[in-house]
Every structure is written in structure tokens, then in C-alpha cells.
Design a protein around this ligand. Structure first.
Ligand code: HEC
Ligand code: HEC
Ligand code: HEC
Ligand code: HEC
Ligand code: HEC
Length: 335
């Protein structure tokens, strides 16, 4: 199955991945133009990745973000431009891998043999890159095993959508210019406002003293947010008086909260303190807030925003926000 470059290799996986990838793009043009707009294509050129890599320049990172390169050497431009390419997911030991369901776009007479794989039709096609522990896990180990940097595959297996593949949601069938269906290779996810808004069902309430917001997973096959630790939900609750002025405000971040444990003789270890993302347990996430003052004729406003941040978000939450999507917002009268 598709994987990061193994760290013990002495060379890159394919002799000339850029040329091979160009050939795929020439014949599969629509899929190629979708892939060119995807984050997979940008996995190594992405300025956000490049700035984080400067802080932690590990071969481990290169193995996943430029999987066709030799991870221990500087990445040549042609390979950097490939990111996670066609060849990364589809070419294994000279076979072109495909799922067990032939695409309805199939024209007779493929110009190459295709190996149909049952595993490629499941989460296994994504698992080797979308689930992994922190590097130097020994330093950051929790009691229950290595501390995970991303755990989307485990979250998926525990979700209500465990029987739908990652591709079923992230590569929906779309109609091409020739009128036939193919799998969308834009790999939309956390930058797609419609997908983000479908991911949660929110029920707000006010009982005269306390505002409560109950959050349940919607059409999402893993925790929300999932993936990198640089994603979080920010809930802002404001109390507004009858003149429209804000008189009280409460902010809460829903995310994986990491910290450091200091031993007497050991180096500090990164540990997971709390995980209050949506969909990590069967119970809804319930946030409550009791305002200091309840102005007559006033209201309470709430806004839940999905944020991509730069640099590990901490408890205070004051980090640079790289992108944001408002997920749900509303207002309730206080009396
Ligand atoms: C000379 C043209 C050509 C080249 C080069 C080429 N393909 Fe294809 N490929 C085809 C044709 C034609 C088919 C038949 C199905 C279709 O029309 O999409 C096909 C079928 C496939 C399928 C199976 C589709 C199904 O039915 O599930 C996959 C996957 C695929 N190609 C991937 C690749 C990848 C990856 C590369 C580069 C390593 C590549 N192809 C290079 C022409 C080409
Ligand atoms: C070789 C490793 C690799 C494989 C295999 C892989 N991915 Fe990814 N994926 C990445 C990397 C790296 C990124 C981050 C790119 C970036 O933004 O820098 C990513 C990003 C994504 C994103 C965008 C996330 C966002 O923030 O919107 C989605 C969605 C995604 N992958 C889905 C999939 C699915 C579905 C599969 C399996 C069919 C898959 N990936 C297979 C490495 C991989
Ligand atoms: C991150 C992994 C990934 C990348 C990158 C990727 N593919 Fe795919 N592709 C898949 C998966 C997984 C499927 C099968 C989905 C299913 O049917 O379950 C697929 C399906 C296909 C199919 C057949 C299905 C169809 O609907 O037509 C073709 C052809 C194809 N890919 C070509 C390409 C080409 C060409 C590129 C590069 C421009 C590319 N892929 C890049 C993972 C990837
Ligand atoms: C039932 C549909 C569904 C399934 C199945 C699913 N996802 Fe998602 N995924 C979503 C939606 C909706 C979003 C946007 C909300 C979000 O950002 O979490 C998303 C977002 C993402 C992101 C962006 C990170 C983030 O949370 O911002 C990644 C990466 C991702 N999915 C990977 C995967 C992988 C890998 C699998 C399979 C193990 C998978 N997804 C299965 C629906 C699904
Ligand atoms: C095993 C594969 C893997 C390894 C190793 C890995 N990443 Fe990633 N990275 C991913 C995937 C998959 C995503 C997409 C998940 C998401 O969007 O939330 C991602 C997303 C990111 C993002 C967010 C990109 C954006 O535009 O929002 C940054 C930054 C990043 N990785 C930096 C790093 C750095 C630095 C390292 C090394 C310390 C590293 N990664 C190691 C797979 C990997």
C-alpha cells in the first residue's frame, strides 16, 4: 500500500518519478488537473510545511511530505513539485494499483496493466501516512504507548462511518467532461467550507442561568478536527445587553491539548493532557458557560470556528491563525 519513503533506504523509491508522473498526467488529464489543485501535490512546496520543517528538520518529515525523494538528502525541485504524486499512490513494484471497482470512465484497452487490490479500496490506501506517532517517540511516550501525532485511521475505525472508506468521502464520484464518472482527486477536506459545516450538529440552550452547547458529530468519519495538531475549534460566547454592547465573553478551544511532563532525572516528555475534539467518544461534547451578568432584554451569541493555526496551539490559544471557517453561529434571547 502507498507509504512514506522508508527511512532506511539508501536511494529514492523510483529512478525517475517526475517523468513517470508526467506520463500519468498526459493520459489522465482531468484527474491530473484535480490532483494539481490538491494538498497532496503541495505536500512539500506548501509554505506552511516549509516553515514548520525549518523548526524540526527531520528525515521523518521528508519521508511523508516528499515520499518520492531520498529522505536524508535535500529534495530536488522536480520531486518537491510532485508532493504525494500519482506514482506514490498507484505505482508499487511496477504495477499500477487500482481499486476493485473499475471506474465507469474506463475506456477499453488500458495502455498499461492494472492490478486491482481489495486493500486499495479501503482505509489501508491512506493509513500509512495518515496515522503515526511523534518522532523520537521514546521521549514523548505516554503510558499507553507512543504518543500519536495523527490518529485519523484509529478514529475512523471507531466512528459511525467505519464501513465507508476514506475515498468514499474524500474522493466522491464526479462527472467528467466526457459525461462519465471518476473519483475526484482534489481530496477536499478541512479547507472545504461545506464539508466542515456538515461535520457537526449543534444544539444550543439557555435555562435562565447557564448557556449550553451540545456538539455531536455529523457526516464525518473521524474526530473533528482530525489530522495535524495545528487544527482546532474555537468557541466564542458573548453576552450582549439591550443596547447591543458586549458585556461578557467566554472563549474555549476544542482540540488535543498537549503539555510537558518534567521528571526529576529525565528530559521533559510531551504528553496528551486532554482531548475535547468532537467524536472522540460516543458522548456529545457539551460546553457550558454561566455569565457573570444577565442583562434584561439581552442575548447570548455563540460562534464555533474551525481554525488552522501556525505553530503548536497552547492552552492560552494565542497563536497565528492561517485559515478559519465559521462552522455554526447563532443567538438566543436571555429572557
Ligand atoms: C498512454 C496513456 C496512459 C498512461 C501513460 C497511463 N495511463 Fe492509466 N489508463 C489509461 C487508459 C486508457 C486506462 C483505461 C481506463 C480509462 O480509460 O481510464 C487506464 C487505466 C488506469 C487505471 C484504472 C482505472 C480503473 O478502471 O479503475 C488507473 C488507476 C490508472 N490508469 C493510473 C495510471 C497511473 C498512476 C499512471 C502513471 C504511472 C498511468 N495510469 C499512466 C491510459 C494511460
Ligand atoms: C504518501 C503519503 C500519503 C498518502 C498515501 C495519503 N496521503 Fe493524504 N496527505 C498526505 C500529506 C503529507 C498531506 C498534507 C499536505 C499538506 O497540506 O502539506 C495530506 C493531505 C490530505 C488531505 C487534506 C487535508 C486538509 O487539511 O484538507 C486529505 C483530505 C487527504 N490527505 C486524504 C487522503 C486520502 C483519502 C488518502 C487515501 C486514499 C490519502 N490522503 C493518502 C500524505 C498522504
Ligand atoms: C493520495 C493517493 C492518490 C493520489 C495522489 C492519486 N490517486 Fe488515483 N486513486 C486513488 C485511490 C485510493 C483510488 C481508488 C478509489 C476507490 O475506488 O476506492 C484512485 C483512483 C484512480 C483512478 C481510477 C478511478 C476513476 O474513478 O477513474 C485513476 C484513473 C487514477 N486514480 C489516476 C490517478 C492519477 C493519474 C493521479 C495523478 C494525477 C492519481 N490518480 C493520484 C489514490 C490516489
Ligand atoms: C463520512 C465521511 C468521511 C470519512 C469516511 C472520512 N472523512 Fe476525512 N473528513 C470528512 C469531512 C466532512 C472533513 C472536514 C471536517 C474536518 O476538517 O474534520 C474531513 C477532514 C479530513 C482531513 C482534514 C483534517 C481536518 O480535520 O481538518 C483529513 C486529513 C481527513 N479528513 C482524512 C481522512 C482519512 C485518512 C480517512 C480514512 C481513514 C477519512 N478522512 C475518512 C469526512 C470523512
Ligand atoms: C507519516 C506521514 C507524515 C509525517 C512523518 C509528517 N507529516 Fe506532516 N502531515 C501529514 C499529513 C497526512 C498531513 C495532513 C493532515 C491535515 O491536514 O491535518 C500533514 C500536515 C502537515 C502540516 C499542515 C499543512 C497545512 O498546510 O496546513 C504541517 C505544517 C506538517 N504536516 C508538518 C510536518 C513536519 C514539520 C513534520 C516532521 C516533524 C511532519 N509534518 C511529518 C503526514 C506526515
Amino acid at each position: 500500500m502507498p507509504s512514506p519513503a522508508p527511512l532506511e533506504t539508501t536511494t529514492q523509491r523510483l529512478a525517475d518519478p517526475a517523468t513517470a508522473n508526467r506520463a500519468c498526467q498526459r493520459c489522465h488529464q482531468e484527474i491530473a488537473s484535480e490532483w494539481r489543485s490538491s494538498l497532496h501535490r503541495q505536500a512539500h512546496t506548501d509554505p506552511h510545511y516549509q516553515s514548520q520543517f525549518k523548526i524540526e528538520p527531520f528525515a521523518f518529515c521528508t519521508g511523508c511530505h516528499a515520499p518520492e525523494a531520498d529522505p536524508r538528502k535535500p529534495v530536488p525541485k522536480t520531486i518537491s513539485d510532485l508532493g504525494v504524486g500519482c506514482v506514490t499512490c498507484h505505482v508499487s513494484d511496477d504495477h499500477v494499483l487500482a481499486s476493485t471497482t473499475p471506474s465507469s470512465a474506463a475506456r477499453p484497452g488500458a495502455h498499461h496493466a492494472v492490478t486491482r487490490s481489495a486493500a486499495f479500496s479501503t482505509a489501508a490506501a491512506c493509513a500509512n501516512c495518515h496515522e503515526f506517532s511523534f518522532p523520537r517517540a521514546g521521549l514523548r511516550e505516554s503510558r499507553s504507548g507512543p504518543l500519536m501525532m495523527q490518529s485519523t485511521v484509529t478514529e475512523h475505525a471507531a466512528s459511525a462511518f467505519a464501513d465507508r472508506s476514506c475515498a468514499a468521502c474524500h474522493m466522491p464520484k464526479v462527472r467528467g467532461e466526457d459525461g462519465r464518472l471518476h473519483r475526484d482527486h482534489r481530496f477536499l477536506g478541512g479547507r472545504d467550507a461545506a464539508a466542515v459545516r456538515r461535520s457537526v450538529r449543534a444544539s444550543p440552550s439557555w435555562d435562565g442561568k447557564t448557556f449550553a452547547l451540545s456538539l455531536e458529530p455529523g457526516d464525518v468519519g473521524h474526530a473533528f478536527p482530525t489530522g495535524d495538531m495545528l487544527r482546532r475549534l474555537k468557541l466564542t460566547v458573548s453576552v450582549i445587553d439591550s443596547s447591543g454592547a458586549e458585556v461578557d465573553r467566554y472563549v474555549r478551544h476544542l482540540q488535543r491539548h498537549f503539555g510537558f511532563q518534567h521528571g526529576a532525572t529525565t528530559a521533559p516528555r510531551r504528553v496528551l493532557i486532554r482531548d475535547d475534539r468532537i467524536g472522540t467518544t460516543n458522548a456529545p461534547v457539551r460546553v457550558t458557560y454561566r455569565p457573570k451578568t444577565v442583562p434584561p432584554g439581552g442575548s447570548v451569541r455563540y460562534d464555533l470556528t474551525y481554525e488552522r493555526v501556525v505553530g503548536p496551539p497552547d492552552e492560552r490559544g494565542d497563536v497565528l491563525v492561517d485559515g478559519a471557517i465559521s462552522v455554526v453561529a447563532g443567538e438566543l434571547a436571555l429572557d
